[in-house]
Design a binder for this molecule. Structure first.
Ligand SMILES: *Cc1c(COP(=O)(O)O)cnc(C)c1O
Length: 458
């Protein structure tokens, strides 16, 4: 029997009109934006798949919570709701709210990385690595090799390669490691999960060397769904239980609530380590705000607290990830090269196979993202050589094996007809790929260059 359709476990109560521009208009707009989709105006975008960050649709319950904001400077009621939700769902005793994920990364890196120490991560994430490096840390990639191969169908491409970690310890000693920064559903690998078995092994290994795991829990829920679907022994468990078990292997986490937590702004640092908590509270006051609001309004904390409770619904997370899968399957049927397996939050076009003749120096993923916008008003983003930035020591471009264009699906925002429009546009581009021209970078910011860099057609 065919797999039965699962519809969204919600209905739409409010809509926001979007408008289609003409191709000629989009050509002008893309040029004006320096061929960088981050520099387009949202108004000029038809379907916005730039990111799933802060772009979720909130529920009526979350919106209702916004009216219950306790905007006291200290001890807001909403902070205690947030703290309780984190305790209940993630299992961490202490929560320090922050305005978003990178602020939690900043605090964690400053407190936990000594200059010269390695920070192993299962692949880099832009802001996570940036903050580790600003604290004097050295990024160390400990993800399995399959993650760097867009055609490998490994079901858990986010797994940590323990042999890589062991080698680092053997050569440099365990003291040379600040902590293990483990990201479930690895964004830069294409939203690829790690398995519980792997996590368990990593935790046992880390314990042996008295190293802590600090999760980047941004997409841990989506990872929990994949464990439920793919890993032996988890099919009958709820995502709520699975997420709780995953987090139990860590000392704490940094979180961008703008992803899994279904809100437009917010984040936190959570931990079971008293000492770390006390120091983080001292530091958040300097950079974010008092430790019971950390740069957030009371109403925002309420929306996060409610989002955390809502997200651990098996029907919701199934429909969310299955929509991503729907878009991916349509692209595969059309012969469009994408990263497989299809990830949890996004479908990634493989620009190396899409534009096989374009050298990496001509920024193929950037060029493809620009061409997609011109074709259909769909906004995506580059995840290739531009995002990878330059090596801080040599000043050379880092040359990632993966040259990708990310089509990121906001949560609860678009329908599958929107996904059809996206798929058809990618297919049309594939047929006309010879016409896509490479780019020259004409303005390059020093850090996180992909956000503001400008390009011209070659
Ligand atoms: C978005 C993101 C961050 C940073 O969070 P912000 O809320 O954008 O500051 C960190 N790690 C991962 C994996 C992310 O996707």
């Amino acid at each position: 029997m065919r797999q039965r359709t699962i519809a969204e476990p919600y209905k739409i109560k409010m809509v926001e009109p979007i408008k289609m521009t003409t191709r000629a208009e989009r050509e002008g707009l893309m040029k004006e934006a320096g061929f960088n989709t981050f520099l387009l105006k949202s108004e000029d975008v038809y379907i916005d798949l730039l990111t799933d960050s802060g772009t979720s649709a909130m529920s009526d319950r979350q919106w209702a919570g916004m009216f219950l904001g306790d905007e006291a400077y200290a001890g807001s009621r909403n902070f205690y709701h947030l703290e309780a939700a984190v305790r209940e769902v993630y299992g961490f005793r202490h929560t320090v709210p922050t305005h978003q994920g990178r602020a939690a990364e900043h605090i964690t890196s400053q407190l936990r990385v000594k200059p010269g120490q390695f920070v192993p991560m299962n692949m880099y994430f832009t802001t996570t690595r940036e903050h580790a490096e600003r604290a004097g840390g050295v990024f160390f990639d400990c993800i399995i090799d399959e993650a760097h191969d867009p055609q490998s169908k490994h079901p858990f491409k986010g797994n940590v390669d323990l042999a890589k970690l062991q080698k680092l310890v053997d050569e440099k000693g365990a003291e040379s490691i600040a902590y293990l920064s483990i990201a479930p559903c690895v964004n830069m690998a294409g939203g690829q999960p790690l398995s519980m078995a792997n996590l368990r092994e990593v935790a046992a290994w880390a314990k042996k060397y008295r190293l802590s795991i600090i999760f980047d829990a941004t997409r841990a829920l989506e990872n929990a769904y994949f464990i439920q679907q793919r890993e032996k022994g988890y099919a009958a468990k709820s995502v709520r239980e699975i997420l709780r078990e995953m987090m139990s292997y860590g000392e704490g986490c940094t979180m961008s609530s703008k992803k899994d937590n279904l809100v437009n702004i917010g984040g936190f640092l959570a931990t079971n380590n008293e000492d770390f908590f006390v120091k983080a509270k001292e530091m958040v006051v300097v950079f974010e705000g008092l430790h019971t609001y950390g740069g957030l309004a009371g109403r925002d904390m309420e929306a996060v607290a409610r989002g955390i409770e809502e997200m651990v619904d098996d029907a919701y997370i199934a429909s969310r990830v299955r929509q991503v899968e729907y878009l991916g399957s349509r692209l595969l049927e059309a012969g469009v090269p994408i990263v497989e397996p299809i990830g949890g939050h996004a479908v990634f076009l493989d620009a190396k196979r899409f534009l096989p003749d374009m050298p990496q120096d001509h920024f193929p993923s950037q060029a493809l993202a620009a061409a997609l916008y011109v074709d259909s008003g769909v906004r995506s983003m580059e995840r290739g050589i531009v995002s990878a930035g330059r090596d801080p020591k040599t000043g050379e471009h880092r040359r990632p094996k993966l040259e990708l264009v990310r089509l990121t699906i906001p949560r609860r925002v678009y329908t599958n007809l929107h996904m059809d429009v996206v798929a058809e546009s990618c297919q049309a581009l594939l047929e006309e790929r010879k016409k896509i021209r490479g780019l020259d970078m004409v303005y390059e910011p020093e850090s996180l260059r992909f956000f503001q860099a400008r390009f011209e057609a070659r």
